[in-house]
Design a protein around this ligand. Structure first.
Ligand code: GLU
Length: 424
């Protein structure tokens, strides 16, 4: 899927920042304290493999900002994880948390590894060693990780256990996205997609459009993409294309999302492999063409830098809802703007995940757990409020929704940084 393609997502993130900073007329001093990451940590993790050999894995944790609260953000496992990517993802977390107004800063972690090549026991040892090695950085009031690409609730659980055993205390608030059976929150698993869904519903309401029958293409079928397909099809939208590393599958009359989900569940690893045998779908020769299909709504839900200056002009969707972090480059944004394609930006659109992470952290600290209805009600309120504030900002400053989301969030982060001042 063109992962990174020699592009630098951190440079892309900084260009997004600069655009909003210009509108806000931020001073040099203001920019100096909120733009670059506060701390970048790199470690090498030696792991005993099942065959007795030792393999060393490079890993990172970036804390971009702690101005509004402890650093917050997921941990990604991927063979092409790069420090500049992790810096970009940490940067986006700072502003994502500020857009939805949860009291966190921004952070992100990553391990350079293809988890498909590890046994479950190797994966556990790697996850525990990562957390043990970085444990001085983490803490419920310091830095709180969560799942991201290729990590899940089991991985979070190993990390929580490692930290708690090291500290000889039960400390569930050190990490979010844990399993329901051990300190997780109802609703966390589907929160990213549900948050996106609230954004799309709001956008359609404001634009006076009907979601029923609207056609949707989704790139990526992991946690965000697969749940996005479910929420949208349950609401009457027509999911016409889906994809993952096995390929892109298309049927203009609609794809049965439940069949796609059961295909993934039946495969040894979660994958759409073989979907063309289960359903009437065309497997696209070039999976990137999914992004250029004639659809009402396009949902990039995979990785960064997917819509670039190379393919943006061919995008036919009327609305793009970014479930992934950083799927559209700054250059592509400009092309989409000219074409009149509306983009609900990542730092708003996929903020449902971190919003329910916040609710999980609150529940962990209270030791009292809410029913799913309560969590979902709060999530909806956070998302709809944020969406409306971003929309109003975009009208007020006559800028697109991404710049508006940055204006809103940079203002919140700089305000906190200024109120606090410098401690020495
Ligand atoms: N990895 C998710 C994101 O990119 C969730 C982060 C969190 O819950 O802290 O927003």
């Amino acid at each position: 899927m063109g992962y990174l393609k020699q592009r630098n997502p951190f440079e892309n993130a900084l260009k997004q920042f600069d655009k909003a900073a210009k509108v806000l007329k931020l001073s040099k001093n203001q920019i100096a304290v909120v733009k670059e990451p506060r701390r970048v940590t790199e470690v090498n993790l030696p792991i005993r493999m099942d065959n007795g050999s030792i393999q060393v894995f490079k890993a990172f944790r970036v804390q971009h900002s702690i101005a509004r609260g402890p650093a917050k953000g997921g941990i990604r496992y991927h063979p092409q994880v790069h420090v500049d990517e992790v810096k970009a993802l940490a940067f986006w977390m700072t502003y994502k948390c500020a857009v939805v107004n949860v009291p966190f800063g921004g952070g992100k972690g990553g391990i350079v590894v293809d988890p498909a090549k590890l046994s479950p026991a190797e994966l556990e040892r790697l996850s525990r060693r990562y957390f043990a090695e970085m444990s001085d950085l983490f803490g419920p009031d310091k830095d709180i990780p969560a799942p991201d690409v290729n990590t899940n609730s089991q991985v979070m659980c190993w990390m929580f256990d490692t930290y708690s055993m090291q500290h000889k205390e039960h400390i569930p608030g050190v990490i979010t996205g844990k399993p329901l059976g051990i300190g997780g929150s109802a609703g966390r698993e589907v929160a990213t997609a549900l948050g996106m869904f609230h954004c799309v519903v709001e956008a359609y309401r404001i634009m006076n459009k009907n979601l029923e029958g609207a056609s949707v293409a989704i790139q990526g079928f992991g946690n965000a993409g697969s749940n996005a397909a479910k929420f949208l099809s349950d609401a009457g939208a027509k999911v016409v294309a889906i994809s993952d590393i096995s390929g892109a599958y298309y049927n203009p009359d609609g794809i049965n999302v439940n069949t796609a989900l059961s295909t993934c569940a039946q495969n040894k690893r979660w994958s759409l492999q073989g979907l063309e045998k289960q359903l009437q779908v065309e497997k696209l020769k070039d999976p990137m063409k999914l992004l250029e299909l004639d659809v009402d709504i396009l949902i990039p839900a995979a990785l960064e830098d997917q819509i670039t200056e190379e393919n943006a002009a061919n995008v036919q969707a009327r609305l793009i809802a970014e479930c992934a972090n950083g799927p559209i480059t700054v250059e592509a944004d400009a092309i989409l703007d000219k074409k009149g394609v509306r983009v609900i930006p990542d730092i708003l659109c996929n903020a449902g995940g971190v919003t329910v992470s916040y609710l999980e952290w609150v529940q962990n600290r209270m030791g009292y757990y809410w029913a799913e209805e309560r969590v979902n009600e709060d999530l909806k309120r956070f998302m709809v409020t944020a969406f409306q504030q971003v929309w109003q900002t975009s009208e007020q400053y006559k800028v697109n929704l991404r710049i508006a989301a940055f204006i809103l969030s940079i203002r919140r982060v700089t305000e906190a940084a200024e109120l606090r001042g410098l401690y020495a």
